[in-house]
Design a protein around this ligand. Structure first.
Ligand SMILES: [Cu+2]
Length: 684
């Protein structure tokens, strides 16, 4: 390692650190084959037992991995690494019709129109007293700035809020210890037009004067989880990377890493790596909230969407917000400070005691650990080294607890095991490094495959980590799996951290590119799982609660089909009177009151995805037939032995024809028993 670091430093002094980073990757790929052999030897044979979850048994923990560019969250069982669910958040999802059907399309509305994609980076579990409570999962949309809430009783996205005055909502979403606020910071600074609202038009040459960042304070309803953008803090025009909340003594504070304090606007790769130190920004969120409540906040015009899924109707509605309040740090003394932090920091992680703030500088050779109590003292002593936009900058030594020396190359992110140890990912040297928070000594290293970004210890960002496992999310998987063309699957690795030395347990492939993850013991989530929606609580205006009430009605050029589904038929299943160019809306209510019996609905030629209707719910599919004919529709989700028979026909006649609306579904009579078994009631 010393040799590699020396090599990197030599290159770094000649050609600049960003190039050194790339060189680091090169060195890594050169030594891949050696590394692979060494690693195989160090995996002990009985690790299989540690991850084996027998058929019929459940995993110990849930883990929620961000999907990165697929806009989804994937849920894996730990320790098995089994994929349990994919939750679409910012992406349309053909599997269940999310973002395609009429009920969920409003979820993806933004001030830019319908945006059915995003780059989802960081999941964060809701909290009670600084501990994950398993109620909700908050996630960010990095590209079109949004924050979403997933309800963990249904594993559905129930709320999405667009964030105004933000571009690249990367530094997001971080809950305070009782979800008082979810904090969301901008990645890119942009010119803000405070008079007209939103992004202004400015020359890029004016970056240094006109561009600003924003940190959004989103209030969360204690009982229902509903979000509301309370106010923003307009911060200097840097780039904001990650955030983390304090705990215990530092519980009133949130910390944000910044890069590009140079305010470079071009070739940022080089331009944003000139300063020896960037900043860790510290905001006292309680004081900010107090300032906002006491009238220090200004108001500016805004235009952003807030989309919510109603529990009873299972329908989303969009509200457009036209104002946002903001605070200026220069007007709010004591609210915000800057700590000098080595070059381009990524992760900021506060240890379980709330005293130590670890900053992972991607281009730094040491890992600085700041002290919260020293920071408090430095405020008292006014140990400042100038200011930026009226925000005091601390003297480095006044707030530094110490540095971990030669931790590895390219430190990215740190989590804690609750036993006084920290674990950091080293992107360039592809390893996880364990070190002691008190004496800052490196205790152990584990090579991983390859280029790890974030790692996750379940509860590792809370005040009491569940320090048994560590999941590391790797960016590159060369040679770990069967090749699949130019692109290989991304990968997570599960490491046992219960002993003194780390033990590699398992590789498991992941969907898209996970950035961060959260983990929680299964017993905090599983008991609250919804098994089906109660039909009598379904308040969807188009719901049909019994087959006798099914109907087909025409209103002008729209034909509304209010249909039911139950194993193994639709009512009605014969429909006539539709014409080419009509808009047909199928409102399908699933009458089942049983766990795990959704029915799907798809019709030939529809340019939309199917919709998958959960038991007790109503979902709607819009279809515009373009040619005359008789079109089959059917259930897409296997539901019973007679699933193939769960189908119907809809007749489409030429425009202007005089075929009247007609619908039926036959009469009930016994279904002939298979092999002479007992008959059951059915329809033919
Ligand atoms: Cu079915």
């Amino acid at each position: 390692m010393g040799k590699l670091l020396g090599k990197l430093k030599t290159i770094a002094s000649d050609v600049g650190l960003p190039l050194a980073l790339i060189s680091g990757l090169f060195l890594q790929s050169c030594s891949e084959s050696n590394r692979s052999t060494a690693k195989t030897e160090s995996v002990d044979e009985d690790v299989a037992k540690a991850v084996y979850v027998a058929p019929g048994k459940h995993d110990e923990l849930y883990s929620f991995l961000s999907g990165g560019f697929n806009g989804q969250v994937s849920v894996y069982g730990i320790p098995s690494g089994r994929l349990l669910k994919v939750i679409p958040v910012f992406s349309q999802f053909p599997e269940n019709g999310y973002g395609y059907n009429e009920e969920t399309r409003p979820m993806l509305m933004t001030s830019h129109g319908f945006v059915p994609w995003d780059d989802l980076h960081h999941p964060k579990l809701s909290r009670a007293e600084g501990m994950a409570d398993g109620r909700w999962l908050f996630v960010n949309g990095n590209n079109t700035p949004r924050v979403a809430r997933i309800d963990l009783t249904t594993f559905e996205t129930v709320e999405i809020m667009e964030i105004p005055n933000s571009a690249g909502n990367h530094c997001s979403p971080y809950p305070t210890n009782n979800n008082e606020y979810i904090l969301a910071g901008t990645r890119f600074s942009v010119p803000l037009d405070l008079a007209k609202g939103g992004m202004g038009d400015a020359s890029l040459e004016e970056y240094k004067d006109k561009f600003r960042g924003s940190i959004s304070f989103i209030k969360v309803d204690k009982d229902k989880g509903d979000m509301e953008l309370d106010f923003q803090v307009l911060v200097p025009g840097f780039d904001y990377d990650l955030a983390n909340g304090g705990k215990g003594p530092s519980g009133d504070w949130v910390f944000f890493t910044t890069y590009n304090t140079e305010k470079a606007r071009t070739m940022k790769e080089l331009g944003a790596s000139q300063n020896d130190k960037d900043y860790l920004a510290a905001i006292n969120w309680k004081l900010a909230a107090k300032y906002a409540a006491e009238g220090k906040a200004h108001e500016m015009p805004a235009n952003y969407y807030h989309n919510k899924l109603d529990h009873g109707t299972h329908k989303a509605t969009s509200t457009i917000k036209k104002k946002v309040r903001y605070l200026l740090p220069e007007e709010c003394p004591g609210m915000m400070y800057l700590l000098p932090a080595p070059k381009s920091p990524h992760g900021i992680d506060v240890d379980p005691t709330g005293e130590y703030m670890v900053v992972n500088g991607k281009l730094a050779s040491t890992l600085p650990v700041f002290s919260f109590s020293k920071m408090q003292k430095a405020i008292e002593d006014k140990a400042f080294d100038g200011e930026v936009n009226g925000i005091p900058v601390f003297k480095y030594d006044a707030v530094l607890y110490g540095e971990v020396k030669e931790p590895g190359l390219g430190p990215l992110h740190t989590e804690f095991d609750g036993k006084g140890n920290a674990y950091s990912t080293m992107f360039v040297s592809s390893e996880v490094v364990k070190w002691n928070v008190k004496d800052l000594k490196v205790l152990d290293r584990m090579p991983v495959y390859y280029s790890p970004g974030h790692l996750m210890i379940p509860g590792g960002d809370t005040k009491e980590p569940y320090g048994k496992y560590l999941v590391v999310m790797n960016k590159i998987t060369k040679d770990r799996y069967l090749p699949t063309g130019p692109e290989l699957v991304h990968s997570a690795q599960l490491i046992d951290i219960s002993g003194d030395k780390m033990r590699m347990l398992l590789d498991f492939p992941t969907l898209a590119e996970p950035h961060y993850a959260q983990g929680i013991p299964a017993d905090k989530v599983a008991p609250n799982s919804v098994k089906f929606f109660k039909l009598d609580e379904n308040t969807h205006p188009e719901a049909v609660k019994k087959e006798a009430d099914a109907s087909v009605t025409r209103q002008g050029k729209t034909v509304k089909v209010n249909m039911t589904s139950i194993r193994s038929h639709f009512v009605p299943d014969n429909i006539e009177g539709v014409q080419v160019g009509d808009t047909v809306i199928f409102h399908v209510t699933n009458l089942e009151q049983d766990w795990d019996v959704p029915h799907g609905f798809a019709v030939m030629g529809a340019d939309n995805a199917e919709t998958l209707i959960m038991p007790g719910a109503t979902q709607s599919l819009r279809w515009v037939p373009k040619q005359a004919g008789v079109y089959p529709f059917y259930c897409t989700d296997f539901c019973s032995a007679l699933h193939q028979e769960m189908q119907g026909y809809i007749r489409v006649s030429p425009k202007g024809s005089n075929v009247p609306i007609k619908f039926s579904s036959g009469e009930k009579k016994p279904v002939p028993p298979p092999n002479g078994g007992p008959a059951s009631a059915g329809i033919n």
